[in-house]
Structure formats: C-alpha cells, structure tokens
Design a protein around this ligand. Sequence first.
Ligand SMILES: [Zn+2]
Ligand SMILES: [Zn+2]
Length: 238
Amino acid sequence: MRKLRKTAEFLLDMIYPKKCPLCHEVLKDRNKLLCGKCAGKIRPFSSSLCMKCGKPVKMEEEYCVVCREGGHYFTEGRSIFPYGEIWRQSLVRFKYYGCREYGDFYAKAMSVYGRRYLERWKPQLIVPVPLHPAKKRMRGFNQAAYLAERLSCYTGIPWTDSLVLKIRNTRSQKKLDALQRRNNLRKAYEVTHKLDDISILVVDDVYTTGSTMDAMAICLTEAGAQAVYFLTVCAGRQ
Ligand SMILES: [Zn+2]
Ligand SMILES: [Zn+2]
C-alpha cells in the first residue's frame, strides 16, 4: 500500500511538480507548503497593529489615522503578511498563471495566523469578495472564492459565494465626500438574501485602502448582518 502511494507520488511529481508558492522552485518534499528558504524569509505582521483594520501603527497608538476618524464601515479585520515584491509575484502567478494550489498555502496561513482573531470574532459564514462576472469570465476563477473555500475546509466555518454579487465597478473615491463615498460603495455589490443577524467574515487576497471591505460591509450590514469582519492574505500601502 505504502509502496503504491510512493509510486503515485513519484508519478505526480513527474507530471505535475509541486512548486513553492513564493519562489516557484520545485518543492523536494511534497508535504511541505513552502521551501525552506522562503519559510525563513517571510514573517507575518507582528508589530503594533490598528485594533480595527489591522494596519501597522506606532507602538503607542491603538488605531490608525483612518480608523480614528471613523473612516471604515466594517467591524474589524486583519491581514496576515505585509505586501511586498515576493507576494506581488506570488499572487500574480496564483491569479493569472494557473498556480491555484498556491491558494492552499495562503488559506492555511490565514487559518494558522488568523486563528486567534477567528476565535474572538466567531464568524458564522465566510464570504469571498465577488468578481464582476465579466472579469471572472476573463480570469476563469475568483481568487477570493478559492481562498474562502480552502479556509472553510481548514476552519469548519461554512462559506458561500452566492450571497454577494458584484454588480458595478466602483469609481475612484478620492474626490467624494463621506455621503457620496458611501453611496458609491453601496452601488458596487448586491446581497441576494436577507440576513438574520449573523456575523460574516469577508475574505480576499490583498487589503489596501479598505474601500472594497467598506463596500461589502455596507451592503451586508444593510441586508441584516450583525457584524462584518475581514481576513486577507496581505496588506499593502494605501
Ligand atoms: Zn520558496
Ligand atoms: Zn485602522
């Protein structure tokens, strides 16, 4: 039996070698998610983080400038890794060049490093940020849905990608005041069901300005969600 499995693994390696999701080198050990070199190189956020959006802040600060001014609509959220060149390349391969299995590593990292947040938030449903149908047709898959499905496997929290639909692309928010901004964000998504006071975890690959998460939070809250949290693989600069 064991020999058979070894042969199967050998054949699988020949046809389809498993690559390190960060440097794209072939992994010698199929059971590892990362190569040794990369495992030593990437570190999750560990400094002081904004208690609402999870962005790095100075040591004595509890909230970042945006959150202090009440600039976000979600309840709370965290990202696992600081976005940089290694991550940019990895995510490009994941999203556009068919390396979907990289998502297994991303979701695993989210479940391991995000565990303490998930235990505190206790979300009842995982929802990926939806792609506009035209974009999804072009790309072939929604990377956030892949992450949501894997994260659901690792955590046991159910997921669905039919609750929120992307109906419009959002315009740039820069020149809008608070009310216009909110209205603009509200138009981007449509929630297909009324929600019964449940708490939701929104999942995506990268968090930057937070406008996507704000839009999701506005729509989900209006549909009846009691709390909207988010978890992303990376957080980048504004
Ligand atoms: Zn590597
Ligand atoms: Zn913040």
